[in-house]
Write a protein that binds this ligand. Structure first.
Ligand SMILES: [Mg+2]
Length: 373
């Protein structure tokens, strides 16, 4: 099959059960019905509906390319209908990420998050998709650096001649809405100088340098910048390709052997430790967290997800593994240390990051009581 294949993951918080904790079954079932119908009509070739905490995640494999209006409309309609259902059930935050009403061909800039990658299928095409809850758009900066630029993490950078030329990172400046491409290893230090500033810079794409083969894509939506106020955390998604001159699946997962910190957690206003979990634990509880991350692995085969004989897509729940127990324990230890700090920095995000939350209203109330010191 010569036609290119596109992997799209589009997500939205359409409303959740018991506060911001989980996307409940009726919403998942309704989304499943929508995508199954689209598959019947051959608009998409494969799909998998799941959730990361309170975010409804639509994984779709098709041959219509990136930013295709039909695919984006399918996602938008699915989110609109599931939001309506959430409203009827009086679920919490029903439709909270649908920031605009009139759909105009693309979900970007309308609230839902979206990562897409059009690929030329290799002989074998292993893919890992990640989805986070209670985390900001830059939650993948650190692991993507480890996967594609850190030879102490990805042995292939040292051992595999096919990876020796390194990788190119597209970095988005979300404040200025500009982007820059940096080539590693040559510009490794510049890359870290930028993407270490997670509030401002987000890795949006990665290519293999020697042939510009795309190998990672992330969602970069900053909800607060669209809405002009805090409406929920970005809860980003990412797609990575693996093996055969790219990092192995194990090299893609090893950065999650330890927890690390992201912005998000309670009210999107705190630093919180990432906890890698299987789908069964994809729910946010303690202080609306800790921020969770799920990882699903599959093979792309002739424009679709490789299936079992009965047609069910074969999906591997990669963090559903005792190998990540240590990281989960670390996450709880970090979480406890931060919560001991209460509302004192660095547990709470710095004031400039909170400008879109309700904190400025609190400060406004005190404004006239300040006297010259
Ligand atoms: Mg969420």
């Amino acid at each position: 099959m010569s036609k290119k294949t596109t992997v799209s993951i589009i997500k939205c918080d359409v409303g959740s059960l018991t506060g911001h904790h989980i996307t409940p079954r009726p919403l998942l079932d309704l989304a499943e019905k929508h995508l199954a119908k689209a598959e019947e009509k051959r608009l998409i070739n494969s799909h998998y509906v799941f959730h990361a905490g309170d975010d409804l995640e639509l994984l779709m494999v098709h041959q219509k390319g990136e930013e295709n209006p039909q695919i984006h409309k399918l996602a938008w309609d699915t989110f609109t209908e599931t939001s309506e259902k959430a409203k009827k059930l009086k679920l919490y935050g029903a439709g909270q990420d649908l920031l605009k009403t009139a759909f105009s061909g693309n979900v970007r800039g309308m609230g839902p998050g979206c990562a897409e990658m059009e690929i030329e299928e290799r002989a074998s095409e292993p893919i890992v998709v990640f989805a986070a809850d209670k985390a900001s758009a830059s939650a993948f900066n650190f692991p993507l650096y480890r996967i594609f630029a850190d030879p102490c993490s990805s042995a292939g950078l040292i051992i595999d001649p096919a990876m020796a030329g390194g990788f190119k990172f597209e970095v988005l400046d979300v404040k200025e809405n500009k982007k820059v491409v940096l080539k590693c290893p040559e510009e490794l230090h510049e890359l870290v100088a930028l993407i270490g500033t997670t509030q401002r810079y987000t890795v949006s794409r990665v290519w293999r340098a020697r042939d510009d083969m795309v190998c990672a894509a992330t969602s970069t939506t900053r909800l607060s910048l669209i809405a002009g106020k805090y409406v929920g955390k970005d809860d980003p998604v990412a797609i990575t390709r693996a093996q055969q001159g790219l990092p192995a699946v194990g090299e893609i997962l090893v950065p999650f052997m330890h927890s690390y910190f992201v912005e998000g957690w309670m009210r999107g206003s705190h630093w919180g430790p990432i906890m890698p979990v299987g789908l069964k634990d994809s729910q946010c509880t303690v202080f609306d967290g800790p921020p969770r991350m799920v990882a699903l692995g599959f093979q792309v085969c002739d424009g679709a997800i490789a299936c079992e004989d009965a047609g069910k897509p074969m999906i591997s729940d990669l963090f559903n593994d005792p190998a990540f127990d240590m990281s989960r324990k670390e996450a709880m230890e970090y979480a406890a240390a931060l919560r001991r700090m209460g509302e004192f920095e660095p547990a709470r995000l710095p004031a400039e990051t909170l400008e879109y939350t309700t904190l400025p209203q609190v400060l406004e109330k005190l404004k006239d009581r300040f006297k010259k010191a």
